[in-house]
Design a protein around this ligand. Sequence first.
Ligand SMILES: C[S@@+](CC[C@H](N)C(=O)[O-])C[C@H]1O[C@@H](n2cnc3c(N)ncnc32)[C@H](O)[C@@H]1O
Length: 348
Amino acid sequence: MYPHFDEFLESRLNIYGHSLKEPQKLAKAILKLSDHFIRGVHQEDYWKDSSHMAAYISYFAILNFERLQSVFKEARLQRFLINASVIGDWGSGLGSALWAMQTQCARVFINREPKIFTYDKSGEALKEQRHWLNFFKLNAKGIEVTQNSLSVLDHSVDTLVMSYVLNEYTQYPVIPEHVQRLILVEPSTNQAGRNLLKFRDTLIEKNWFAWAPCTHQEFCPLYNQSGKDWCHHRVNWQKPDWFYELENHLPMGNDTLTLSYILMSKEKPIVDLSGITRVIGDEQPERGKTRQAICRGMNREFLSWLDRNRLKPGLRRGDLIRIKDAIQKPKELRISFMTDFEVIKLDD
Ligand SMILES: C[S@@+](CC[C@H](N)C(=O)[O-])C[C@H]1O[C@@H](n2cnc3c(N)ncnc32)[C@H](O)[C@@H]1O
C-alpha cells in the first residue's frame, strides 16, 4: 500500500473505539454500514455514528482507494490531467479519490501543485478527511454543502471527481459550464452502471469526448443494444494481511474489485485510441468456444475463439488490443491462430 498506511489506519480507528486487532468487532460495524448502503437511506449522515466511521475507514475507503487507483492510472496513461489545475472532489467522504490521485498521478503535478476543493454534505466526514489528506501530503479546502446542486462549486474548478456519490442522488446533477473534465466512478451494479452509461451518452451529445474506458465517441453499445448490460472494470489487488483477518468475519469476498467509471472531457483525447478495442468482459466459456465482451464502436460485440484452436489469449478486463484479420460474425469477432493480435501498452 502506501508507506505507514496500516499504522495510520490503526491510529484513526482507535479514535473511534476500534482496532485492526479486533476484526470481529470491526466486521460487525462493516456489516451494519453495508446494510445501510444496501437499504439506500442516503438522507441520514452515516458519518456521525462512530462505528459507521470506523467501518468506512477500514473497509469502504480502502476498497475505493484500490478501485480509484486503477482509474487514476488510466488517467495518467492517457495524460487526462495534463491541463487540470483546479480539482473538485464532490461527495469526497474521506478523500479516497484524492489518495489515489496522489499515488498514481503525483508526477503529473510536479512543479505545479493543483488547487483542490473537497465538498461533502457531512461536516464529520470533512473533519476526518483532513487527517487523511495530511497523511497523503495533500492540501485541500474542505467545504460543507447543504444542497445537491453543483452550482456552489468554486468557479475555478476545471476537473470534477465524483466517486460513489451519484448513486446517492435521485437524479444526476447539472454539470456547471466551467467544468472541463469529469472523473465519475460508480458501484458496478446494473442500475448505477447503466445510469452512468446513459449520462455518458448525454455528454457525447453535448460534444464531450469519452477518454476511458471507451476507445470511441459513438453512443454506448451496452446501453443502447441491451436492456441489462452495463460496463464495468475489474481490479486485481494485493490484500493486506489485516484485511484477510477481517474477511474471515464477513460474508462478502473481495478477491477482485469491480467498478464502473468514465473519464470524460471537453478536450479531444491526447492518446489516439481509434481502431483499438477495449476488453470489457471476463472470459465466458460456452459449448465449443469462449466469448469475451469487447468494445470498439457502436456495436455490442464479443471476441470469440473455438476450443479446437487451443487459443489462450489471457485477456483481462481493461486491456487494450489491436486485432487484424479476425473473422466478423454476427456480434462476434472470431479469432484463430491466423489472427494478428496485439495487447497495447500505453507509454507511461
Ligand atoms: C459513499 S461515500 C463516497 C465517498 C468517497 N467519494 C469515496 O469514493 O470513498 C458518498 C459521500 O457523498 C456524500 N454526499 C452524498 N450526497 C451528497 C450531496 N448531495 N452533496 C455532497 N455530498 C454528498 C456523503 O456524505 C458521503 O461522504
